[in-house]
Ligand binder design. Structure first.
Ligand code: ATP
Length: 530
C-alpha cells in the first residue's frame, strides 16, 4: 500500500531504515533499503522536513517517516517575501520607461518589459525565444548591443536604431555565475530620438551617481571658459569607461589634445596611446598601417612582418584622427574591428583580438557624409557612442588670455628669447579676432611674434602679423601643424573677421601692406597656401 503512495515515506527501526517507497528513493537518491538513519538524514533536499509517526508494524515498534515540504512559518514567510519581492521587481521592470531586455548566454531572449514591446512593435511572446542575432538580422534593432557583449564579455554602450527609425542609447551588461561563466546579458535602452545628444549628456552628468571623478580636469589643458570646462567634465566622466568616443570640432580646436586627456585620465593611462592620422596615410597603406602585415605580404614589406597600430594599442587607446578621411575600402575592415576588436593582418589568415579603447575625431560632418554615401552608416553608428564637441576658440574667448600667456612663456623658453609682453590693444585684438584656425592658429601667431618681435615689451599685433604667423614663418613649416595651418589660412583673414574696435586701423594697415583686399590678392594668397 505504501509503495504506491506519492508521498515519500520509509520505516525506521532501531536507527536502521528497513524499507522505503519509490517516491522516497527518488527524493533521497537512494536505490536500496536497509540504510543507517545517519547516512540518510543529510540527503533530504532543502525545503523538505521529516515528519515522524510512532507506529507498530508486524508487531514491533518503529517510526514511520514522511518526507514533506517544509511548511514551517519561518520558511513560508521567506517564500512569501521572495514572491512579493519578485512581483515588486516585475512591477518595476514593467513601469520602467527604459527598455529592459534579457537574454541567455546564447543570445536567446528570455525576458523583456512592456517598453521593449512598444519600441520594437512586437508582442512579448514574439520576442521571447528569438535570438538577438535573428532580431538584428530582421532589422528589429541594429546594431545589437547584446550580440557585442556576448562576444566581448564586457559592458558596452552603443547607439541603436529600430526598424521604425528610433534612436536608442543601449547599455548591456554581462552576468557571470560564480565560476565566471557568462549566463545572461541584461540590456537597458532609452529612446533618445527626440533628444539632442549633447543636451542629454549634460543631463546625465548632472544626475550621474557614479563615483565623483578624482581627476583634476583642468590640470593639463587651459579651461577658463564654461564651454571648455563642460567638455572636460564630460571627458573626465567618459574617461572612466571604455565607451567609444567621437570628438567633433573645427580644425585646431583641441580634438587631439582632448583624446590624450581622456586616455591620460582613464584606467589605461599607463598603456599605449596610439594615434593614427587617417588623412596622412596613402590609401594603399592604410590597411597595413592599421592592422599590420605578415612576413612577405607584399613587395617592399618588412621581412619579419609588422604589427599594426591596433596591435600596438592593445591594452591602451587607439586614436583615429581625421576618421572622415578614411577610404571607403578600409571603412568596412575597420567596422569589423570596431564591432569585435578583431582584425586580420594583411597577408594573414588568422584573426586576432585586442583589448583596445577607441577614440575617433573629425572636423567633417559625418552625418552628411553618410547621406552622401562617402561614410558607412554602420561604422558611423558604431563610432557615434559618446560624441563630444570641442567648441571653437571664438566661443571660448575666456581661455585666450591664459592660453596666450602660457604660450608666450613656452616660446620664450623654447627659442631662448625674452618673453614678449603684449600691449592692451594687442590683447584686445586676440580677444576679438574669430580664430578660424583655433588654438593652433593662436600658437602660430604667438610663436611668430616671440621670434620676430624687435622689443619684448608692449608688443602690438597687426593683422599682417597674424596672417604671417598663421602659416609662413619657417617655424611653422617645422611644426606638425603646417598642413593644417595652411588649410585654415584660406579662411583665416577675411576682412569681416577683423576686430570691430580696431577695425579701421587694422584694415588700413592691412591694405597698405598689400593685404587681401582685392580679388587678385586673394588669389595670390590661395596659391601661396596650397
Ligand atoms: N585647451 C587647450 N589648452 C592648451 N592647449 C590647447 C588647448 N586646446 C588645444 N590646444 C593646443 O592647440 C593645438 C591644436 O590642438 P589639436 O591638435 O588637439 O587640435 P585638433 O582639433 O585635433 O586639430 P585638427 O582637426 O587639425 O587635427 C595643440 O598644440 C594643442 O596642444
Amino acid at each position: 500500500m505504501f509503495q504506491s503512495l506519492d508521498t515519500p515515506i520509509f520505516w525506521l527501526r532501531n536507527g536502521i531504515i528497513e524499507w522505503m517507497n519509490k517516491s522516497a528513493k527518488s527524493l533521497l537518491h537512494l536505490d536500496t533499503d536497509s540504510l543507517v538513519w545517519e547516512d540518510v538524514y543529510p540527503r533530504l533536499p532543502a525545503g523538505y522536513v521529516f515528519r515522524l509517526h510512532d507506529e507498530r508494524h508486524h508487531g514491533s515498534n518503529g517510526v514511520l517517516v514522511e518526507c514533506v515540504p517544509d511548511t514551517n512559518p519561518h520558511l513560508l514567510r521567506e517564500i512569501e517575501q521572495l514572491r512579493s519581492e519578485n512581483s515588486d521587481l516585475e512591477r518595476i521592470l514593467e513601469a520602467s520607461l527604459d527598455e529592459v531586455f534579457v537574454t541567455n548566454a546564447d543570445g536567446v531572449t528570455v525576458r523583456v518589459n512592456e517598453t521593449a514591446e512598444q519600441l520594437y512593435g512586437m508582442r512579448r511572446s514574439d520576442l521571447i525565444g528569438k535570438s538577438v542575432f535573428e532580431l538584428e538580422q530582421q532589422g528589429v534593432f541594429y546594431p545589437s548591443v547584446i550580440s557585442i557583449v556576448l562576444k566581448e564579455k564586457r559592458r558596452i554602450t552603443i547607439l541603436q536604431r529600430t526598424s521604425s527609425g528610433q534612436t536608442l542609447i543601449a547599455t548591456a551588461n554581462p552576468v557571470f555565475d560564480e565560476r565566471g561563466n557568462l549566463v545572461q546579458v541584461v540590456s537597458n535602452a532609452k529612446d533618445i530620438t527626440d533628444v539632442r545628444l549633447d543636451v542629454w549628456m549634460a543631463e546625465q552628468l548632472k544626475t550621474s551617481t557614479s563615483r565623483p571623478s578624482s581627476l583634476n580636469p583642468t590640470a593639463t589643458l587651459v579651461a577658463e571658459s564654461d564651454a571648455i570646462k563642460q567638455v572636460l567634465e564630460l571627458a573626465g566622466k567618459v574617461a572612466g569607461t571604455d565607451a567609444t568616443v567621437i570628438i567633433l570640432g573645427e580644425t585646431g580646436a583641441g580634438k587631439n589634445r582632448l583624446a590624450e586627456y581622456i586616455h591620460e585620465h582613464s584606467a589605461r593611462a599607463n598603456e599605449a596611446f596610439v594615434s593614427v592620422d587617417c588623412a596622412s596615410i596613402p590609401e594603399t597603406l592604410v590597411e597595413s598601417e592599421l592592422f599590420g602585415y605578415e612576413r612577405g605580404a607584399f613587395t617592399g614589406a618588412n621581412k619579419a612582418g609588422k604589427k599594426g597600430k591596433v596591435e600596438l594599442a592593445d591594452g591602451g587607446t587607439l586614436f583615429l584622427d581625421e576618421i572622415g578621411e578614411l577610404p571607403l575600402s578600409v571603412q568596412g575592415k575597420l567596422l569589423d574591428f570596431v564591432q569585435r576588436r578583431t582584425f586580420t593582418r594583411v597577408g594573414g589568415t588568422r584573426p586576432s583580438t585586442v583589448n583596445t579603447r577607441l577614440i575617433a575625431a573629425t572636423n567633417r560632418n559625418l552625418e552628411d557624409m553618410v547621406r552622401n554615401d562617402t561614410f558607412r552608416a554602420d561604422l558611423y553608428y558604431r563610432l557615434n557612442v559618446i560624441p563630444i564637441t570641442v567648441p571653437p576658440l571664438r566661443r571660448r574667448t575666456a581661455d585666450i588670455p591664459k592660453l596666450t600667456h602660457g604660450l608666450l612663456r613656452r616660446f620664450a623658453v623654447l627659442h631662448g628669447v625674452p618673453e614678449v609682453k603684449l600691449s592692451p590693444e594687442a590683447e584686445d585684438l586676440l580677444l576679438t579676432y574669430d580664430w578660424p584656425g583655433n588654438v593652433r592658429e593662436l600658437e602660430n601667431v604667438l610663436e611668430r611674434i616671440s621670434i620676430t618681435s624687435p622689443s619684448p615689451v608692449h608688443h602690438r599685433i597687426s593683422p599682417r602679423t597674424m596672417y604671417a604667423g598663421s602659416c609662413h614663418s619657417t617655424v611653422n613649416r617645422r611644426t606638425n601643424g603646417c598642413r593644417k595651418s595652411r588649410q585654415s589660412l584660406r579662411v583665416s583673414m577675411p576682412p569681416h573677421a577683423l576686430p570691430t574696435r580696431q577695425g579701421l586701423h587694422c584694415a588700413s594697415a592691412w591694405t597698405n601692406s598689400n593685404g587681401p583686399s582685392s580679388p587678385r590678392r586673394s588669389r595670390a594668397i590661395a596659391r601661396r597656401t596650397r
